[in-house]
Design a protein around this ligand. Structure first.
Ligand code: NAP
Length: 274
C-alpha cells in the first residue's frame, strides 16, 4: 500500500462513509474525541500521520438544530482542533463537507459558488471548511451530498426505508426537492485517487445528475420490479421542517463520477441483492 494511505489518520471511521475505508489508521469517538483538544494533540503526536482524513461529524440535522452548541463544538471546533495539529506536523488535511453549506432551494451549485448556509448543520460544517482552509497549509475540502451505502446491516436511511416499503400497494415520496446523491463506495474510491494524486483545494464529489427523492424511489422500485406504485407528493404533505429540505444539488467543474442511477443499481445488486 502507498505510504500516504498507510500513514493517514481517519476520524469518524465507524460511520457510514468510514465503513468503506480500507486503509489508514481508523479511529472513532471512543479512541479519539475530536472535541477534546488534548486527545487530538496526543493522537496526532503519537501517529505522526502524513494526512488526516476527517470524517467525524454530528450529522443528525435535528440534533444540530436543537443543540447548536453541540453542533458547533463537533463540526467547527473539532475540525479546527485537527487542522491546528495537522499544521504543526505538516500533515495534509482532508475534510468532508456537505451540500448543506448552501441553503435549500432549486439552484445547483459548483465549486465557484459562495456558500450561504441556513441550517445549523450546514453552517457548522462551513465554519469547519473555513478552519481547514485558513489554518492548514495543505488542504482538500470535498463537498458531497445525500450519501447512500451501508447495505442490509447498517443502512437506515432513505434507500433502506423505500426497500422496506416495496411490499405496499403505494408509497408517497417527496418530489419537490432535488439534490445530488452519492454512493459511499464511489466517494471513498475517488477520495483515495485524489489523495494519491495530491489534489488540493475544493471539490464537489457526487454521482452525476440531479434527482428528486421520488426519482430515486422509482429507480429502486424498477430495480426490484416491485408492485408498489410510487406517488410523487409535496414536502408539505410530510410537514418537513426547513432543515430537512434539499439544497438543490452539487455539480463540479473538476470531476465527473458515474451517473447516480448506475451507482444506485450497483449498490442494490452488490449490497442488497434481488
Ligand atoms: N451522510 C451524508 O449524506 C453526508 C452528506 C454530505 C456530507 N457528509 C459528511 O461526510 C462525513 C461522513 O458522514 P457519515 O455519513 O459517515 O456520518 P455518520 O455515519 O454520522 O458518521 C459520523 C461518525 O463521526 C463520529 N463522531 C461524532 N462525534 C464525534 C466526536 N466528537 N469525535 C469523534 N468522532 C465523532 C460518529 O460517532 P458516534 O456514532 O459515536 O456519534 C460517527 O461514527 C461527515 O463529515 C458528514 O458531515 C455526509
Amino acid at each position: 500500500m502507498d505510504k500516504i494511505l498507510e500513514k493517514i489518520l481517519i476520524t469518524g471511521a465507524d460511520g457510514m462513509v468510514g465503513s468503506y475505508i480500507d486503509f489508514g489508521i481508523k479511529t472513532d469517538r471512543k479512541d479519539l474525541d475530536i472535541t477534546n483538544a488534548k486527545e487530538v494533540r496526543d493522537a496526532v503526536g503519537e501517529y505522526q500521520p502524513m494526512a488526516i482524513l476527517h470524517l467525524a461529524a454530528e450529522t443528525n440535522m435535528e440534533k444540530c438544530e436543537k443543540d447548536p452548541a453541540h453542533a458547533y463544538l463537533v463540526n467547527s471546533v473539532g475540525t479546527y482542533n485537527l487542522a491546528m495539529e495537522a499544521r504543526k506536523i505538516g500533515a495534509k488535511m482532508i475534510y468532508i463537507s456537505t451540500d448543506d453549506v448552501f441553503s435549500s432551494g432549486d439552484s445547483v451549485h459548483s465549486e465557484k459558488d459562495t456558500p450561504y448556509p441556513s441550517k445549523v448543520y450546514g453552517h457548522s460544517k462551513y465554519l469547519g471548511e473555513l478552519a481547514v482552509q485558513r489554518v492548514s497549509d495543505d488542504s482538500l475540502v470535498v463537498r458531497t451530498s445525500w450519501i447512500f451505502g451501508g447495505g442490509k446491516d447498517r443502512d437506515k436511511k432513505f434507500v433502506a426505508k423505500i426497500i422496506g416499503q416495496l411490499g405496499q400497494d403505494e408509497i408517497d415520496v417527496v418530489e419537490d426537492q432535488r439534490g445530488s446523491t452519492t454512493f459511499a463506495k464511489d466517494l471513498v474510491s475517488n477520495l483515495k485517487k485524489m489523495i494519491l494524486s495530491g489534489e488540493k483545494g475544493l471539490v464537489h464529489l457526487t454521482n452525476n445528475g440531479i434527482c428528486s427523492r421520488y426519482e430515486i424511489a422509482v429507480e429502486i422500485a424498477n430495480f426490484y420490479k416491485a408492485r408498489a406504485k410510487i406517488n410523487p407528493v409535496s414536502s408539505d404533505k410530510f410537514n418537513l421542517p426547513y432543515y430537512m429540505r434539499a439544497s438543490g444539488g452539487l455539480i463540479s467543474d473538476r470531476i465527473k463520477l458515474r451517473p447516480w442511477q448506475e451507482a444506485l443499481g450497483d449498490y442494490l445488486s452488490t449490497e442488497w441483492g434481488k
